[in-house]
Write a protein that binds this ligand. Sequence first.
Ligand SMILES: [Zn+2]
Length: 58
Amino acid sequence: MTCPICHQPTNTEFTPFCSRHCKNIDLLKWLNEDYRVPVNNPEDEEKTEIPLKIVSDT
Ligand SMILES: [Zn+2]
């Protein structure tokens, strides 16, 4: 079995990922895709930031 993020052998401690790092990446990706789900603090909605959002310069 390999890590879905970096495709290295998984670590049983972090299955199905190879490390905490990849686990966090996956979590952030998941949050990024699903962030339209209501958050705990609706008042903070406007300043919600998506960490993984990549802004490319044109
Ligand atoms: Zn990995």
